[in-house]
Design a protein around this ligand. Sequence first.
Ligand code: AMP
Length: 308
Amino acid sequence: MNKLLIVGTVAFDAIETPFGKTDKILGGAATYIGLSASFFKLKSAIVSVVGDDFPQEHLDLLTSKNIDISGIEIVKGGKTFFWSGKYHNDLNSRDTLVTELNVLADFQPKVPQDFKNSDVVMLGNLHPLVQSSVLNQMETQPKLVVLDTMNFWMDCALPELMEVIKRVDVITINDEEARQLSGEYSLVKAAAKIHTMGPKYVVIKKGEHGALIFQGKEVFFAPALPLEEVFDPTGAGDTFAGGFSGFITQSENISFENMKNAIIYGSNLASFCVEKFGTERMEHLQQEEVVNRLKQFKALTQFDIDLA
Ligand code: AMP
């Protein structure tokens, strides 16, 4: 089986949406990526850090999804990364209320020996120096390196972020962040500028308006499924990244054509994530539901205009 190495936060989140509020629930970029990638035939591992305030049941959940957690360091006496956010009424935008790095502040990642030859590396959201350190530890060149990041790191670690961006094949970011990173309002111009920073493929996530993938002048669009219930968009971007990188790992095909399918898979899995608070929907999601919704995606996007 092919291997996917995942890096990112494993966290406590406190979330407020127009539909309710939660106190310190399981969150983190790597958590969502891992849960999402568990829907593919692959071997995965998470590299991250938590404090000893982190409940064993959350770690057990990851193990129950066949995710190797030997790369998750538990710091004695340390506090787990904490993030709190409040969504606006449209659920497409949010304010970060609190980001407490805690144990993440001095984290030195250690890639498990068995994953130093991973086929795909998914550098999820966390400090760009940690993302770089993971790449430095690889013993063989991965077939594909995907990076996800957010405005927080653009604001507080831009030079380090630019260094790691140079080294990746694919970047996945949301529209607002693409504009911030490139200084361009048009997403077409933003993608072109981000190409010059390193990544051959630029994926721009647009929340409930789907996602775009650019390779040079080529572009493909995956819609988001129109949903009846949206409760909490937290983790949708990471779930998308987990679906994207998981599909590529399983299929061993890094062509642009296959990446089109990968962003459909990413959108498909993210559409479940938002239906309940936190990780709840992803924890109980069944493979059959994923396949059924893919059929809906196909029906939503297929048309047959005669251009002759
Ligand atoms: P998303 O909604 O996909 O942007 O991801 C939200 C998740 O990212 C939450 O579970 C947070 O714990 C995590 N998160 C929030 N801010 C950061 C940050 N600065 N670095 C890493 N992870 C973060």
